[in-house]
Ligand binder design. Sequence first.
Ligand SMILES: Cc1cc2nc3c(=O)[nH]c(=O)nc-3n(C[C@H](O)[C@H](O)[C@H](O)COP(=O)(O)OP(=O)(O)OC[C@H]3O[C@@H](n4cnc5c(N)ncnc54)[C@H](O)[C@@H]3O)c2cc1C
Length: 455
Amino acid sequence: MPTVRFVVIGGGPAGVAAATHAARLGAEVTLVERDVIGGAAHLWDCIPSKAMIATGGAISFLARSKGMGLQEVNPHIDTGNLSERLASIMKHLEDSNCELLTSQNVRIMTGSGALISPHEVEVTAADGSTEVIEADTVLLSTGSRPRIPDWAAPDGERILTTRDAYPPPEIPEHLTVIGSGVTGVEFVHMFTSLGSKVSLIVSRQHVLPDKDPEVAYELEQNFIERGVRLLKGARSTAIERTGDGVTVTCDDGRIVESSHALLAIGSIPNSESLGLEAAGVESEWGFIPINQNAQSNVPHIYAAGDLSGKLPLSSVATMQGRKIAEHMLGMHKDRPHRHISYSKAASAIFTEPEIADVGVSEADAFAHGRKVRVTKVPFSASAKALINDDPRGFVKLISDPMTGVVLGGSIVGRHAAELISIIALCVTNQLTVGDLAETLFVHPTLSEILVEAAE
Ligand SMILES: Cc1cc2nc3c(=O)[nH]c(=O)nc-3n(C[C@H](O)[C@H](O)[C@H](O)COP(=O)(O)OP(=O)(O)OC[C@H]3O[C@@H](n4cnc5c(N)ncnc54)[C@H](O)[C@@H]3O)c2cc1C
């Protein structure tokens, strides 16, 4: 069989995973990236945001030092050090991705890629020079960027998108966050822990409208305790710069004056200059609809990651990339192959307390009239939570009352993002509450609380 020539446009989690895996499986792979290998995920999204949150977490931990039997410690932030820390993490990740790709003989091309026909990709370098590469199969994985509404003009100084915040030259004295979905609440948490006063514009009646209301309530309570001003049921209609601040106007007439404003109102796909028409690839609102194998309407052209309009998560993008490599090379035919089940993807919100969920939620089950067994155990019942001096939050386990199969779960509390993986493993592999209850966990650990919820 002739070697498959595979061209990947976009080197984020989807592109890197597909390129590495396909090369390992024997394809001749070219990866085209116009910016940084690792993608927006490493440069702007997952990694720098979590690194900033980790710094904020260290501050909150020290603020609670009295609870750990220590004298109080009051650290102050050095934005120069913080920037260096972020840059060094990103450089490390970029280098290790590049090493991984080159070790598998992936050709990395720096430039912007676009389809000029169904089997040709043109790469334009920064100096304007171009090269055309022939491809048997193509992956479009160019990701997304922050949505900017027509009533806002981010300037990178006081009116910020999420990409301007790592970290800003000065920690805002008072930040207005517009948008109370996952990204918005993470930024509220991040800047509150770094010492900013924060106002949050919440267009609905509570934050995180797509999450279990009980979980959203816990987070709101925490925000209120930390002095966050919640403006509920308000939509921003204008942001203007004043002398040394910004004014955000809402549709109900409320006005918020602050030193900075940050937009966190979703993303739009990077598809406008991909040459989709030249290759006959269909798109909807800029996203590329895909089938269960991640193929577009043109079978040898795949799409993955944020561009595919599925769950905008790095973990999902990576899994799609691996599955695409296997499908493209026919690996799904001669060994067991599972399609991605998007409804079983675990996700987390890195706030304090941390929030994570997977599979069916109690609210979903209720809304669809589905009978489920719900067990809820508070972290205050865990010895390890007391040792950590952090008994906030709970675990909620959702199972089938007839078979005991674990259907989902929500966790609010310290290390929720790590703990949810155990429930995710159960959900994906249809393990039962009995399987969970009979697993010997380490004592004392937070994971033991899952055994209690399963009993
Ligand atoms: C603030 C924030 C925090 C987030 N945190 C998390 C998190 O904690 N966990 C999580 O799972 N998800 C998180 N996400 C979502 C996650 O970042 C995305 O789902 C993920 O980056 C999508 O990966 P991707 O491969 O589709 O593309 P991206 O990571 O967006 O990478 C796409 C790449 O394509 C390149 N590109 C674009 N056009 C071209 C072109 N024409 N030619 C060549 N290259 C091109 C870009 O330069 C970029 O490098 C977060 C998102 C945001 C906004």
